[in-house]
Design a protein around this ligand. Structure first.
Ligand code: ADP
Ligand code: MG
Length: 691
């Protein structure tokens, strides 16, 4: 625990002019301390040093004009709900400014007021400013002419002016306490100023180019520390030595292969070779196995687990949910047993007596393979000899469990699997500490899922089709609308969907699963669906990963516009697993959602997960896919690894070289870096080992 918060840790509430209410608003922006406020940087600038008389405006230029309101008003248009217009005149001429869908501006302007408009001039009949930045001169908070005004990310209730004033107060009082974070050679090499100069240039810019340069410094800084954490982890992994090398004998793994009833694809053979080479080496494996849904990752993992067992070690398969752990176990137990391995399932709902027996089996080595959730390796579970840990769908967790194992003194081989296709830039960002294998080929004979975007107006028709499929003995998933940030609303909407589906299919058996259900209850519903007792399963995204029910051939997704493409792809991967043709219906609440519609049309015709992930990245930015905090990595607030790819590569090289030359960051010239890592990683150093 920290002592009394002081210096840069001072809560923003203690700044002059910020009370508890404002502090809460700042908190919504992720700004709680003075230090965070200093690093709350503008995302753009309004340059009022480029002013022009109205008569000299040219289309396409970013400029500022200063004049008086001649007339103002609001009107409705066909395409846009509402349009606020303001005519502004100076000595040389008149220009119109318009804002779309800004009802708050309706009564904002009065004839005779002095206003400043900044923005790009466009030509639509006459010259116009569309959605320009503006201020009314002389009013409270007027920034003045001939300045460059930083524009900050805002939240409801906080004005740009309030943020600028708070930043000013913080800079006046605390800038001289901000510690340097980069070593002098880096500053020289990239031509960066020191951190205080950089913050001053960013918050009080005198020219936009200098502000942008300073911003690059902060971008580089974030990416450098991200890569440094990855480099330190990788180093820590590399040091870990396991007891013995695990070499394929074929005694059990060969039997397993013979029982699969199919041949490995070329891609499965290739990644298997990569995995086996790692397992044979005395160093611990740290490998990411990436492969689209249905590419056959699980069997690759099971084969590796059998290799571990035939070397008299034990293997664990961790899944992110009980549903998945149970399904893996139920699906494979018989095959594993007949191949000569004793496998068990251990989850939060395993009965006490069974649990005790399994734990004993694990500690004596009688149980060879155990399936379960991450609780498996956290809660005082003892292994006789743990050889291999496989983590399925790692984007949900994984890295911290790895740390937990290392801290227990266990050094098993470690294989993480993900079905989320990750573009290369993000692989570097998130998994830069792992070796990567890619399964880029699907097993033969897969039929693509027929996908259609359908407007809600045709719901009755879709229901008719569903009825036919069920009459043919097939099963149906109905996926509820995604409601972010509120599990409670999520459940409410799931109930609603469930009720309406039940009403629409009175003669069919309908089940519901969602994240708030008790796990035994959820398990019962899943079992019912798997065994065919239920015709329709209404579900939130808990079915997103891994669920394998070949008889389900139709998926109806409600409000698909709320999902990312990668996520829809995961959902769609739940069908098309059996012999029958499968159908995915995306039910749009209305047509004409413009870009959304285009996005879903792209999904309609694309079945390649990587292409979909790239499109997501292009359309929605990396935030969706990234979630660095989940991975135990530093947050990126300013940097965007896709936009800033060059900085990412630089940062990666610099960070990995630094750790190679000075693994513990103990040399005096790296003191600045060592202190920064420790400060930013206080309490989370498990994997870093920085003294
Ligand atoms: P993933 O985990 O990558 O989504 P799975 O391992 O669950 O994929 O495989 C999906 C289905 O394909 C399973 O039913 C599996 O038995 C089957 N399968 C895997 N590899 C092959 C192969 N080489 N040939 C035919 N079927 C395969
Ligand atoms: Mg899987």
């Amino acid at each position: 625990m920290r002592g009394r918060a002081e210096g840069l840790d001072t809560p923003v509430q203690f700044l002059k002019g910020i009370g508890p209410k404002r502090a809460q608003q700042f908190a919504r922006l992720g700004v709680e301390t003075v230090g965070q406020l200093l690093f709350h940087v503008p995302h753009r600038y309004v340059d009022r040093t480029r002013t022009l008389p109205i008569s000299q405006l040219v289309p396409g230029e970013e400029v500022t004009v200063f004049g008086r309101v001649a007339a103002a008003g609001a009107r409705r248009t066909r395409r846009f709900k509402q349009l606020v217009s303001c005519m502004v005149r100076d000595n040389s001429g008149m220009v119109e400014a318009v804002w779309f869908n800004r009802p708050d501006l309706k009564d904002r302007f009065r004839a005779g007021q002095e206003v400043v408009l900044s923005g790009k001039v466009t030509k639509y009949r006459n010259l116009q400013f569309v959605n320009p930045d503006f201020e009314v001169a002389g009013q409270d908070g007027f920034s003045g002419m001939n300045t460059i005004i930083p524009v900050y990310p805002l939240t409801e209730g906080l004005s740009g002016w309030t943020v600028r004033r708070a930043v000013k107060t913080a800079m006046d009082g605390f800038l001289n306490q901000v510690p340097e974070t980069l070593v002098p050679e880096m500053l020289d090499h990239y031509g960066f100023g020191d951190i205080r100069q950089a913050l001053a240039a960013i918050h009080f810019p005198t020219d936009v180019a200098a502000a942008e340069k300073a911003r690059e410094r902060l971008i580089y800084d974030e990416l450098f520390y991200l890569q440094l954490v990855l480099a330190l982890r990788r180093r820590r992994y590399a040091e870990a030595r396991k007891g013995a090398s695990l070499r394929r004998t074929g005694k059990l793994s060969g039997v397993l292969l013979s029982k699969l009833g199919f041949e490995f694809t070329a891609a499965q053979k290739r990644v298997t070779d990569e995995i086996l080479a790692d397992m044979e080496s005395e160093k611990c494996m740290n490998r990411l196995l990436q492969g689209d849904v249905g590419s056959g990752k699980t069997v690759v993992a099971l084969h590796a687990m059998m290799v571990a067992v035939e070397n008299r070690t034990q293997a664990v398969l961790m899944a992110p949910t009980e549903i998945l752990a149970t399904q893996h176990f139920q699906g494979w137990q018989a095959t594993l047993a007949s191949s000569g391995a004793e496998a068990r399932l251990l989850t939060g709902s395993t009965r006490q007596a069974d649990r005790r027996e399994i734990l004993e089996g694990l500690s004596h080595g009688k149980v060879n393979i155990v399936f379960g959730t991450h609780a498996l390796i956290e809660e005082g579970v003892e292994f006789a000899r743990l050889g291999l840990v496989v983590v399925d769908e790692q984007h949900r967790f994984g890295v911290m469990q790895r740390a937990a194992l290392l801290n227990k003194g266990l050094n098993p081989d470690f294989l993480v699997m993900t079905a989320t296709p990750i573009p290369r830039t993000l692989t570097l960002t998130l998994y830069g500490d792992l070796d990567v294998s890619v399964l880029d080929e699907k097993p033969p004979g897969r039929k693509p899922v027929k996908t259609r975007v359908v407007p809600d107006a045709r719901r009755a028709k879709v229901y008719g089709f569903i009825e036919e499929r069920i009459a043919d003995g097939e099963q149906v998933f109905v996926v509820c609308p995604l409601i972010e940030q509120s599990e409670k609303l999520d459940v409410a909407s799931a109930m609603e969907t469930f009720e309406s589906v039940r009403a629409a299919f009175p003669r069919r058996r309908v089940g519901l699963v969602h994240g708030r259900m008790r796990s035994d209850e959820r398990g019962r519903v899943m079992d019912g669906f798997r065994s065919g007792e239920l015709d329709i399963l209404v579900s939130t995204t808990v079915i997103e990963v891994g669920v394998d029910i070949p008889n389900a051939t139709v998926m109806l997704v409600e409000h698909p516009e709320r999902f990312g493409l990668a996520q829809l792809h995961q959902l769609r991967g739940r069908i098309g697993r059996g012999q029958d043709r499968s159908y995915c219906v995306l039910m749009l609440p209305r047509t004409g959602l413009g870009e959304t519609f285009e996005r879903l049309r792209f999904f309609e015709r694309t079945s390649d997960g990587f292409a979909l992930a790239e499109k997501d990245l292009e359309l929605r930015g990396p935030g969706q896919l990234l979630g660095t905090r989940q991975h135990g990595l530093p947050d990126l607030r300013i940097a965007d690894p896709v936009r800033d790819q060059q900085w990412l590569e630089n940062a990666r090289q610099d960070a990995f070289r630094m750790v190679e030359l000075d693994p513990e960051l103990s040399s005096p010239q790296n003191g600045v870096v060592r202190r920064t890592v420790k400060a930013r990683y206080a309490g989370r150093e498990e994997l870093l080992r920085v003294g």
